[in-house]
Design a protein. Structure first.
Length: 314
């Protein structure tokens, strides 16, 4: 009987954020607007970097990758969530759920790896500026980007395969906004200790390792900045890192809190809000932070707008 009960489910039901219709309609409108802003904002950043030769530098090469990751991550979660806001039967097929988990988990890992790579780029720019172009050459930047994408994708593939081999019995209600790793693992009708250990190990490798690399980079950066004699020089050096540092602080905080201790059992609502933060807010914030706090990007925007204005007036 036990073997018969441990069968694959054909679909899952995502319980989402709310069962109240008016609340769901309001959230649909809000999240749709934010998703459209996310797609538009990140693609405009990518387009701007492609069009302005002054932004053809390692920093903006990695920023292009980060924008692609943000758009892809939001797209892996938000459209399904928007559909569920307007339907009563919030079903997602088994295969679609597995695909959603693979892409969201993989893209999240890629983002953290990219942030570590960008921290190294900032370290070289501040601590060894005279050799920056020699160290951060095109070949190295390409290899670092490929490594980031590969590491996140391989980990996600392994976690997805392990998770969806678990027998779910008749459990199909996922109390979450998406097919999130821990939420799916909880559906299993067997002991999931080994899965939680695997989640812990992958979290240490893919979250804590980049985190400590970022931390080490910024310790060296701050040490170098403090040795600069002029106040103007210190401000310029700090401004070089300000945008990236802001994104790092926002991005790492909640993820470390959520995944490093899967047995700590944060509330379901807390987990949902954290997922909303990463799926909705972070992809909007990243292009905003890099645009508002970055003189090169603002200068490129002004140049592009000036060219467009000149073409319109002719």
């Amino acid at each position: 009987m036990e073997t018969e009960n441990q069968t694959w489910v054909r679909e899952f039901i995502l319980l989402g954020l709310s069962s109240d219709w008016d609340t769901r309609v309001s959230l649909f409108v809000l999240f749709l607007i934010m998703y459209l802003v996310t797609v538009l904002g990140n693609f405009l950043i990518i387009l701007l970097i492609r069009l302005d030769s002054r932004l053809h530098t390692p920093m903006y090469f990695f920023l292009t990758n980060l924008s692609l990751v943000d758009v892809s991550y939001a797209t892996s979660i938000v459209p399904q969530m928007l559909v569920n806001f307007l339907t009563e039967h919030k079903a997602i097929p088994f295969v679609s759920c597995a695909a959603q988990l693979f892409f969201s988990l993989g893209l999240g890992g890629i983002e953290f790896a990219l942030l570590a790579v960008m921290a190294y780029d900032r370290y070289v720019a501040v601590c060894d500026p005279l050799r920056y172009s020699v160290i951060m050459h095109g070949g190295l930047c390409t290899r670092l980007a490929i490594t980031s994408w590969a590491s996140g994708s391989i980990n996600s593939l392994m976690q997805t395969i392990i998770t969806f081999q678990l027998p779910m019995c008749t459990n199909k209600y996922i109390d979450h906004i998406s097919c999130e790793l821990l939420a799916v693992v909880r559906l299993a009708c067997v002991d999931t200790s080994s899965n939680e250990i695997a989640i812990m190990v992958s979290s240490i490798v893919l979250l804590m390792t980049p985190f400590f690399l970022v931390l080490l980079s910024y310790i060296r950066i701050i040490s170098t900045i403090l040795k600069i004699q002029s106040t103007e020089g210190r401000k310029k050096a700090f401004h070089t890192c300000a945008s990236h540092l802001t994104v790092v602080v926002l991005c790492y905080g909640m993820t470390i809190f959520t995944y490093i201790q899967p047995r700590s059992n944060p509330s379901v609502l807390q987990e949902k809000l954290i997922s909303v933060f990463y799926a909705i807010l972070m992809p909007v914030l990243n292009p905003t932070i890099y645009s508002v706090r970055n003189k090169e990007v603002k200068g490129a925007w002004q140049k592009l707008l000036g060219q467009l204005s000149g073409l319109t007036s002719k």
